[in-house]
Design a protein around this ligand. Structure first.
Ligand code: SAM
Length: 476
């Protein structure tokens, strides 16, 4: 395993930065060749003692213990950061994506070839389909968030671009921007009233109108680039749970930002030609992408039964995609606040505003235990237990749907994050794996890709506990 000191530092709440890991391990009385593993192992042991006596969480940890193993080298590819230098995937920062190398790795492990049909039922940026296309493997994706659906179907189009094609169109488009009427955008959404200065907002609206007049596929390609500059042109930063407002932020001019994006894409077209001169550029490998809900796949007509799922769901961490991607949604996909809220309440219920029905209750003993314990605690948000309940109800539906559509023998690799609320740890990877077993899957392995620290507030109150981010591997 490659040693990565920085990664460990990130999770450290003790002042470890000036000490070598080996020294810390020695001080703790730990001996052996791999100090990083030892420290993690020690902390993992500590997690066990966090569960109350007779806890169903301890039971499920024991049940799956033999299937859990660490592959910490995967830690750098389960997040978008791994795409920093990957042509095209670096263009639009979809922070919840995993990396190209992650998909490549699992396509290899599953021995995928052109007879397979790879499915990402939470397609996001479109990493799984983009990577599959590069490998000459047909694929299909679904996402409920319109911007994610859009990105998933547009990203592969970048692979069809020729050198200087985009640059030429941009040169002919720029004089038209000022003459264009400002596009209609959802200005009644509160964040849109404060995210931009007046001049920038006007330029963005006229730029959007000019782009709208382009023929396909250029319109969609330019729109994707347009969405990718919104954050840097605004006083906001994507910050997990919401868009953080910072009026002192240095903002980019939309035209300069577009110039930089076009230059990046042009660079990527050249790099891609060198890196992968034989990319399959024909229709056969263009992914099928649907705007849909993976909790109910009955309306989706798959070309054939998917053979592999490589995916990551929203995590049960309160993050609300309709807030993080509010600017993109307001510029193109919704006309007003009501439409934005309809999307918020239509996606998987992983965020705090998720609505629970009176007849809904925790669908698994571990979730029941956690919800009951949290019910006795003073929470910083009283809706957390409902959110946890609805999250697992939705994920149970999702897993059942996947079992229906996957071909017998089909494989699943899914990245999931465990979560901790008010000191109560939820082994999401194990609960979902048990649900998968109940649906008919066989749980093959649970690979720990990395350990994450919990929030600094929680650490102060309940101590540092490494929380697993795992890849669950199931077979139908
Ligand atoms: C962690 S991201 C997936 C990232 C993706 N694997 C990638 O590499 O970009 C989870 C995705 O699930 C989507 N989502 C939320 N609810 C959904 C639903 N009910 N059906 C389908 N997709 C949904 C979100 O919009 C988000 O794009």
């Amino acid at each position: 395993m490659k040693f990565n000191f920085k990664r460990l530092q990130r999770y450290s709440c003790e002042n470890r930065t000036d000490m070598s890991l080996r020294k810390i391990a020695r001080q703790k009385g730990l001996t052996g060749n791999n100090p990083q593993q030892m420290l993690f192992a020690e902390e993992v042991m500590a997690v066990k003692s966090l569960y109350p006596p007779d806890s169903t969480r301890q039971e499920i940890e024991d049940k799956f213990e033999n299937l859990i193993h660490e592959e910490l080298k995967l830690g750098s590819v389960v997040s978008y950061v791994g795409n920093k230098n990957v042509p095209f995937l670096r263009i639009y920062r979809y922070k919840e994506a995993f990396a190209f190398d992650f998909v490549m790795d699992f396509l290899r492990r599953f021995e995928a070839d052109s007879d397979d049909y790879v499915f990402d039922p939470f397609s996001g940026l479109g990493t799984t389909m983009f990577t599959s296309m590069l490998c000459g493997i047909p694929s299909v994706g679904i996402d409920k968030l319109p911007i994610a659906h859009f990105s998933s179907k547009t990203l592969p189009l970048l692979l069809l671009l020729k050198e200087n094609e985009l640059k030429k169109i941009w040169t002919s488009l720029t004089p038209k921007i000022q003459r264009s009427e400002p596009a209609e955008v959802a200005l009644d959404v509160p964040i849109m009233k404060i995210a931009f200065d007046e001049e920038t907002l006007l330029t963005l609206r006229t730029l959007k109108s000019a782009i709208e007049d382009l023929p396909l596929p250029y319109r969609d390609i330019f729109l994707l680039l347009f969405f990718s500059i919104l954050e840097e042109c605004s006083f906001t930063s994507k910050d997990g749970q919401f868009l953080r407002l910072n009026r002192n932020k240095k903002i980019s001019s939309p035209i300069d930002a577009m110039n930089r994006k076009i230059a990046q894409v042009e660079e990527d077209v050249r790099r891609m030609k060198l890196l992968s001169p034989d990319i399959p550029r024909n229709e056969k490998f263009m992914p099928d992408v649907y705007h849909g809900d993976t909790r109910d796949l009955s309306d989706i007509t798959f070309k054939k039964k998917p053979t592999i799922i490589i995916t990551s769901p929203p995590y049960a961490n309160r993050y609300d995609y309709t807030r993080t991607y509010a600017l993109e949604l307001c510029f193109h996909f919704v006309q007003n606040f009501e439409e934005l809220k309809a999307i918020r309440f239509g996606i998987l219920r992983s965020h705090i505003e998720s609505k629970i029905r009176k007849d809904e209750s925790p669908p698994h003993p571990v979730i029941k235990e956690v919800v009951e314990i949290l019910g006795r605690k003073k929470l910083n948000n009283p809706k957390i237990p409902s959110m946890i309940t609805t999250y697992f109800i939705d994920m149970q539906k999702v897993i059942t749907e996947w079992f229906k559509v996957l071909t017998p023998g089909g494989k699943v690799a899914m990245v999931v994050d465990n979560v901790r609320f008010e000191g109560e740890l939820i082994p999401v990877d194990l609960v979902l794996s048990e649900m998968a077993e109940e649906a008919g899957f066989e749980v093959k392995e649970i690979i720990v890709a990395r350990y994450k620290g919990n929030s600094s507030q929680q650490m102060k109150k309940y101590g540092r506990v490494p929380v697993r981010e795992s890849i669950v591997v199931w077979e139908r």
